[in-house]
Design a protein around this ligand. Structure first.
Ligand code: SAH
Length: 376
C-alpha cells in the first residue's frame, strides 16, 4: 500500500533523470506535472519502474497482492464467476494492467485450478511497460499452465471477450494539475526556481475550455483551489472493447468516490514519504484515482459502472473471512497471526488500512446483469 510511515529527510542528489529534465526545461520551458510524472515513472532508461522492483519489504512500498495470497485468490474466483455470467465464452482474454511482480495473477490462476473449463477457455494478457517487471512476471507465471502474452499498451490488446484486472495501475498514470485564479484555471508546471532547484510554477495563461470540462462539484471552487485530472484514453479504449466484445474490468485503487479539489500527488521511497521534486526517477509518484471521473468516462463510452465499493466490503463479500479461517486452520501460531494482520490490513478502516481508502469499481458490458460482489 502506498500509504506509508514517517517522513524522512533526504539529502539532495541530482539523479540522471533530473539532468535530463533540466535539459528539457532549458530548451522548452517549464513542463506540465503530467509530463514530469510520465518521465519519472516511465522514462525508458532512468524511469522509476524501468529500473527496479519497487515492491515488498526491501522495496519502496507494498501492495495488496504482496500482503496476502488471499487477495489474488479471491479475484481469480471472482473472475471465474464473472465468466459464467458472461455465458462462459471460449477465447477469453484474462487481462491484467500493471501486474507488478505477477503475484496477483499467479495466485488467481492457482485458485481457479479447480475450474478446468475456465482455465481451458482463457489466455493471460499482461499490459506492462517495465522490462524489469516483465521479466519477473515471466518467471512467476512460467509454470502457471496458461499461455501468457505481453503488451505495452491497452490499445495493443487482442480483440476478444475480456476480464480485466487493474490493481494500483491507474494511480500510477500521470495526472495534470491546475490552480484556479481570478481569470480561470492555470496548469501547474515544473520549472527551475530562483534557488536553482526544480520548483512548481503556474502557466501564465488560463487553460481555455477547462471550465466546461470540469465536474459540477468544481464549479464553485474558490480561488487557489487545485484540481487534478488524468487522460482517460485507457479507460475509454477498454470500455469500448467491453461493450463490443463483452466482459468486465475490475479497477481497485486508492482514491475518492466523488470528484473534488485538492492535491494528492505523492512521492514514496523506501517506505517513507518524499518530496516529489527531490529525486526524479528514484521515488514512486502516484495520485488518488478520481473514481467519479473514471466512471463518467466509461459510461460515456457506453459501459455500465458498478460501485465503487470499499476494498474491505468487496473482499468480505467474496468471502475473505472464510478463506482466512481456512488458511489459519493449517497454520502455525506465527503464521496465523500473520494471516490476521493481513486480513486487518486489507479490509480494515482508517488511514493505516486499505479497506476504505481503497475502492473497487467494475466497468461492464451493459448487456451483463448483476456482478458478483457488486450487486449481491
Ligand atoms: N498491480 C501490481 C503493481 C502495481 S504498481 C500490484 O498490485 O502489486 C504499477 C504497475 O503498473 C507496475 O507494474 C508498473 O510497471 C506498471 N505501469 C505503470 N505505468 C504503466 C503504463 N503506463 N503502462 C503499463 N504499465 C504501467
Amino acid at each position: 500500500m502506498r500509504c506509508v510511515y514517517p517522513r524522512e529527510r533526504r539529502e539532495a542528489v541530482t539523479t540522471p533523470l533530473e539532468v535530463e529534465i533540466r535539459r528539457i526545461i532549458a530548451v522548452d520551458g517549464p513542463m506540465p506535472v503530467a509530463t514530469y510524472m510520465a518521465l519519472c515513472l516511465g522514462h525508458p532508461v532512468h524511469g522509476y519502474y524501468a529500473t527496479r522492483d519497487p515492491f515488498g519489504g526491501g522495496g519502496d512500498f507494498t501492495t495488496a497482492p504482496e500482503i496476502s495470497q488471499m487477495f489474488g485468490e479471491l479475484i481469480g474466483l471472482w473472475a471465474a464467476a464473472v465468466w459464467h455470467e458472461m455465458g462462459a465464452p471460449d477465447g477469453l482474454a484474462l487481462v491484467e494492467l500493471g501486474p507488478g511482480r505477477g503475484t496477483l495473477m499467479a495466485d488467481a490462476l492457482r485458485a481457479v485450478r479447480v475450474m478446468p473449463a475456465f482455465r481451458a477457455a482463457l489466455s493471460v494478457h499482461l499490459v506492462e511497460t517495465s522490462p524489469v517487471l516483465q521479466h519477473m512476471q515471466h518467471e512467476r507465471l512460467a509454470g502457471s499452465g496458461s499461455p501468457v502474452i505481453w503488451h505495452r499498451h491497452v490499445a495493443e490488446l487482442t480483440d476478444a471477450p475480456m476480464i480485466v484486472i487493474a490493481n494500483e495501475f491507474f494511480d500510477a498514470l500521470p495526472i495534470h494539475q491546475a490552480v484556479r485564479a481570478a481569470d480561470g484555471w492555470h496548469e501547474r508546471m515544473i520549472g527551475v526556481g530562483p534557488d536553482g532547484a526544480l520548483a512548481f510554477a503556474l502557466h501564465p495563461d488560463p487553460i481555455r475550455g477547462l471550465d466546461a470540462m470540469l465536474p459540477e462539484e468544481l464549479a464553485a471552487a474558490p480561488i487557489g483551489s487545485l484540481y487534478e485530472w488524468r487522460s482517460h484514453e485507457d479507460i475509454v479504449e477498454l470500455a469500448r472493447r467491453l461493450v463490443r466484445r463483452g466482459g468486465v474490468a475490475l479497477v481497485i485503487d486508492y482514491g475518492h468516490a466523488a470528484s473534488a479539489a485538492g492535491e494528492t500527488l505523492q512521492a514514496v521511497g523506501r517506505h517513507a514519504f518524499a518530496d516529489p521534486l527531490a529525486a526524479p526517477g528514484e521515488v514512486d509518484l502516484t495520485a488518488h484515482v478520481d473514481f467519479a471521473a473514471l466512471a463518467r468516462a466509461a459510461e460515456g463510452a457506453g459501459a455500465r459502472v458498478h460501485g465503487p465499493i470499499g476494498q474491505g466490503e468487496f473482499l468480505r463479500r467474496l468471502g475473505i473471512e472464510t478463506r482466512a479461517a481456512a488458511l489459519k486452520a493449517a497454520a502455525t501460531p506465527t503464521q496465523a497471526a500473520e494471516i490476521d494482520a493481513a486480513l486487518a490490513r486489507l479490509t480494515g478502516g482508517g488511514r493505516d488500512a486499505m479497506g476504505e481508502l481503497f475502492k473497487a469499481l467494475a466497468i461492464a458490458d451493459p448487456k451483463l446483469g448483476a456482478l458478483p460482489a457488486f450487486d449481491s
